[in-house]
Write a protein that binds this ligand. Structure first.
Ligand SMILES: C[S@@+](CC[C@H](N)C(=O)[O-])C[C@H]1O[C@@H](n2cnc3c(N)ncnc32)[C@H](O)[C@@H]1O
Length: 293
């Protein structure tokens, strides 16, 4: 029997039909598109002097709603690929990134203010860019594969400048969960972090195990209190063996988490905070908080 090679198939994120294509030209790959991700700022954020800079001549980045002096709307322009193989899914945007971005927008003032954060498996960098509204420094990491690191850099630069933030506050670094040898520059940068976050990195069992090892390494034994926020999609599949819809990758994540020292410090958070971005927030999306020990 012929075996199936997952990299023979193209995958498209379910987020893409909800997004609006902009006329902005991609800078990393001419085959990419630049999509507009509109969002609303939580009350009290985005109406200060700094964020007044969000209004551009065309009103593209930030519009004061006619019916409210406080509710401000923004948009991120994210270059991404429309369909990729499994190994390049980081070139697309996934719902976990939007759930995480909502959580960070809603809680960033207290959880991220003036902190250094690292994002694991950043993909196009969307949630990392949102965190930069609050953090003093953000380290966005991913595999050095395809155009992923270049995409994060280009997306961070475009959006941070538009947000009136210093583009230098986002650093892009290679961090492969499967490679335990971190170079000195990465080790030094990771020494300063107090928050870790990641979206949608639970979809392959080997990767989940390597991801949790990486998370343990970051959260345990640095001698300072660190916390991680992980957004993920349960990814249900119907199996004839179960005659039901099951979420095997999520189940594997739970099994691995229960086996690791972080388990007693892990909490599944309610996701009833307001939705600022446009996507389908179903019960299949979950958010975990894991505290360092
Ligand atoms: C489904 S995408 C999610 C991307 C982004 N966080 C989002 O939610 O839009 C999974 C991410 O994990 C990254 N990834 C896959 N294998 C990895 C590894 N061994 N080490 C680090 N990141 C990895 C991918 O490159 C990709 O960016």
């Amino acid at each position: 029997m012929n075996s199936i090679n997952v990299d023979d198939y193209l995958i498209t994120s379910e987020v893409h039909p909800f997004t609006e294509r902009s006329n902005v030209k991609p800078v990393v790959n001419p085959q990419n598109v630049v999509s507009r991700f509109n969002f609303t700022f939580p009350l009290g954020i985005g109406n200060n002097q700094q964020n007044e800079l969000l209004v551009d001549e065309d009103g593209d980045y930030l519009i004061r709603r006619k019916d409210s002096k406080l509710n401000l709307e923004g948009s991120l322009l994210i270059e991404h690929t429309v369909a990729t193989t499994l190994s390049l899914v980081g070139q697309q945007i996934w719902r976990g990134a939007l759930l995480l971005a909502d959580f960070l927008l809603h809680n960033g003032s207290c959880l991220l203010k003036d902190k250094v954060a690292v994002e694991l498996g950043s993909g196009t960098g969307l949630s990392g860019i949102v965190s930069a509204l609050f953090c003093s420094e953000v380290i966005c990491t991913d595999l050095d594969r395809g155009n992923i690191l270049k995409l994060i850099q280009a997306n961070a630069r475009r959006n941070l400048c538009a947000l009136g933030l210093n583009a230098e506050m986002v650093h892009v670094e290679e961090l492969d969960f499967l490679n335990k040898e971190w170079n000195d520059s990465l080790k030094e940068k990771l020494g300063n972090i107090s928050v870790v976050f990641a979206a949608d990195v639970i979809y392959d069992n080997d990767l989940t195990e390597a991801f949790l090892d990486t998370l343990c390494r970051l959260l345990v034994g640095y001698g300072k209190q660190r916390v991680a926020y992980l957004a993920m999609e349960k990814r249900y599949v119907f199996t004839t063996a179960d005659l039901d819809s099951v979420a095997p990758c999520y189940e594997h994540f739970l099994t691995c988490l229960q086996r690791c020292p972080l388990w007693r410090h892990a909490t599944c958070l309610p996701i009833d905070f307001p939705q600022y971005f446009n996507y389908e927030r179903g019960k299949d999306l979950v958010l975990w908080k894991i505290e360092g020990v």
